[in-house]
Design a protein around this ligand. Structure first.
Ligand SMILES: Cc1cc2nc3c(=O)[nH]c(=O)nc-3n(C[C@H](O)[C@H](O)[C@H](O)COP(=O)(O)O)c2cc1C
Length: 341
């Protein structure tokens, strides 16, 4: 399948995180059978790198308790602080080139990633990365944007268009732009990114989060970034809306909330052509990729038209509220108890 000019063997991609921050981590994700792998983000800022020194991670159960280390489950949420790769750019380019070479031998594109700080600096980094990797992902939706000033979360159309335009003009390889889910109109951001030259749109970044622990403090002792399986419908809302608004020609890459093969399929049905998975691998290791790929392929083998026909298929039956006929009896009655009060 072609996604924004990248040929990928399957739609299960590994997204950017500390798991893809080392040669061994990148190779493990390639070898696990991913359709593509996105390397850990870098940018120009020392502060963004230093932030990795205060990184911390808490897996949160369904009843909002912190799981003991090593006991996380696939249904858990993850609250964390994170930073960017602590690498010199030249050294990182060597790591990327080696990983991309290894990926190429297995039909798995390895993408470079930049989390936006200054757009002109991002353009310079993207230009340098273009010699090492087949594509670049630009993350303009970092959920730590308010706490960590060295990374930015753009939520306004003009700022998105300008940042993407500047980075686009510096590279002629495919450019994916990963948007925040926390904006009043993510579709408008996607339209702006596309009009500024993005080849594909990533939807959507994780959310800012905060969790008091009821012992007088807060989990991690700070604000954090939050993702959980319950974020899935929120991600799918923007994937579906963007697919409807921009059409099938604009490649969408889903992320945020997929933990199982069924979740990956839900992203595809909403209109994504590929899905970046991260937290499930933190919980159960890179072997999760093979499980997801097998589940997705087994399901698609039962569907006429395969993957191409399945992408966006959920939208066909989705109506505006105004087009839904009234129910014969009020839907809320069963929820009011036996007296109907
Ligand atoms: C610990 C951690 C670090 C991450 N670092 C980055 C990053 O550097 N750049 C980026 O674009 N996304 C980063 N992400 C976001 C992931 O790429 C992914 O979009 C997100 O986790 C949602 O997918 P998931 O629900 O499968 O985890 C990070 C996520 C986690 C959990």
């Amino acid at each position: 399948m072609d996604v924004a000019g990248l040929v990928t063997a399957n739609p299960v991609w590994v997204g950017s995180s500390e798991l893809t921050m080392t040669p061994a981590g990148l190779a493990a994700c390639v070898d696990a059978g991913a359709g593509a792998v996105v390397a850990k983000s870098v940018n120009e800022s020392d502060a963004a790198r230093r932030q990795l020194d205060i990184a911390d991670y808490a897996f949160i159960s369904g009843d909002r308790e912190v799981r003991p280390a090593g006991e996380a489950r696939r249904e858990d949420g993850l609250l964390n602080r994170s930073g960017l790769a602590q690498v010199d750019l030249d050294d990182w380019l060597e790591v990327l080139a080696a990983a991309a070479g290894h990926g190429a031998t297995r039909g798995c594109p390895v993408l470079g990633s930049i989390t936006l700080g200054d757009p002109a600096a991002a353009a310079r980094i993207a230009h340098a990365m273009a010699a090492a990797v087949p594509a670049v992902e630009l993350n303009i939706g970092a959920p730590h944007g308010r706490e960590a000033r060295a990374v930015r979360q753009l939520t306004e159309v003009d700022a998105v268009r300008e940042a993407v335009r500047i980075v686009r003009s510096s590279v002629d390889i495919p450019l994916l732009v990963k948007l925040p889910g926390q904006a009043s109109d993510v579709v408008a951001l996607a339209r702006a990114a596309r009009s500024a030259g993005a080849d594909g749109i990533g939807l959507v970044g994780r959310y800012p989060g905060f969790l008091p622990d009821l012992d007088g403090g807060a989990v991690l002792g700070s604000w954090g970034a939050w993702g959980s399986p319950a974020c899935l419908p929120m991600s799918l809302y923007w994937v579906g809306k963007t697919r409807q608004a921009l059409g099938a020609d604009v490649p969408l890459v889903g992320t945020n909330g997929a933990r199982t093969a069924a979740d990956v399929l839900r992203f595809l049905a909403a209109g994504a052509r590929a899905v970046e998975v991260v937290t499930a691998l933190w919980i159960d290791g890179p072997g999760v990729v093979a499980e997801l790929v097998a589940g997705v392929e087994a399901y698609l083998a039962t569907r006429e038209g395969g993957l191409d026909a399945f992408v966006g298929s959920a939208l066909a039956g989705t109506r505006d509220y105004a087009d839904i006929p009234p129910r014969p009896s009020p839907a809320w009655l069963p929820y009011l108890g036996s007296s109907g009060q």
